[in-house]
Design a protein around this ligand. Structure first.
Ligand code: G
Ligand code: G
Ligand code: MN
Ligand code: NA
Length: 257
């Protein structure tokens, strides 16, 4: 309907932009990465968050051009920050299953890295757990192709999908993102604490890093620090913010409390 036509034109009208949410290393308490998060500035409607339009973009195939725009924009931004000689920063970009299923995707990533000059080790691609169990394409092969470019791979929303360890084993995963629902439950649910604990331990055993999503409270911070979770991303430290604010943050380069 109407929404899809508006979204179709959003890109050429330059209504889309990216915000970046810092990711904090729990040992050094410094910002070591950011996740790029899309926003849509639709005149008369205000800023629309991706939850309200990404599903539509996925259903209609628009995610291909929009997702590619996000990847290019994020890499360009990360390359610019490197030129400014700010402290090193990982750039995490969300990738839809549809993008990964496209046979040209790894070539497009290679082109974008070349065009922007971003060293591949600074780019992380976030895929959801569903790449482990969806059989629509050869995802292990595709992720391995991407790994060969030198980028890293993280599994988003971990703990909410239907994957099995037998399938995840086939994927070259560098980092697991513990889903926000388990982080939210840390103070109130023994079940969620046990899941958070198990995911952190599992990641360590499998030589993967783990980042907790959506950390909002001191109690969560204390729990995650005690359990030696590697990194956190959440409103407790930082909300998603425009590029200029990230720049300021990096320039100051102070540890967070
Ligand atoms: O509305 P909210 O901000 O909660 O939505 C976040 C969701 O949108 C997350 O699932 C996130 O992965 C997704 N998302 C944000 N930016 C992008 C993007 O650039 N590409 C893709 N494919 N998904 C994105
Ligand atoms: O699915 P994905 O992890 O890509 O989406 C990240 C989403 O989580 C973004 O929409 C981001 O704004 C949101 N988010 C990040 N930190 C917090 C937090 O501390 N609390 C809540 N409620 N949402 C958060
Ligand atoms: Mn994500
Ligand atoms: Na998530």
């Amino acid at each position: 309907g109407e929404m899809i036509n508006l979204l179709y034109r959003a890109q050429e009208k330059e209504q889309l932009f990216l915000c970046y949410q810092p990711q904090v290393d729990l040992k050094t308490r410094r910002v070591v990465g950011v996740e790029a998060l899309m926003r849509w500035d639709l005149p008369g409607q205000g800023i629309i968050t991706p939850g309200a339009f990404i599903p539509l973009a996925e259903q209609t195939g628009l995610i291909q051009p929009i997702g590619e725009w996000a990847l290019l924009t994020a890499c360009r931004q990360a390359a610019r920050w490197r030129e400014m000689e700010l402290p090193p920063l990982r750039m995490a970009v969300n990738i839809s299953v549809q993008q990964l299923a496209s046979p040209h995707f790894s070539q497009r990533v290679a082109d974008i890295l070349q065009k922007t000059g971003l060293p591949p080790r600074y780019l992380e691609l976030e895929v959801t757990e569903s790449v482990a169990y969806r059989d629509i394409a050869d995802f292990p092969m595709r992720l391995n192709q991407l790994k060969k470019l030198g980028v890293s791979i993280s599994i988003d929303d971990f703990g909410t999908g239907y994957s099995s360890f037998g399938r995840i084993k086939l994927l070259p995963v560098d980092r697991i993102k513990l889903d926000i629902q388990f982080v939210r439950g840390i103070e109130i649910s023994a079940y969620d604490r046990a899941v958070a604990d198990a995911v952190i331990e599992m990641a360590k055993g499998l030589k993967m890093k783990v980042i907790a999503e959506g950390m909002e409270t001191t109690a969560q911070l204390e729990f995650l620090s005690r359990r030696m979770c590697d990194e956190v991303q959440g409103y407790y430290y930082f909300k998603p913010m425009p590029a200029a604010k990230i720049e300021k943050l990096l320039r100051e380069n102070c540890p967070v409390r």
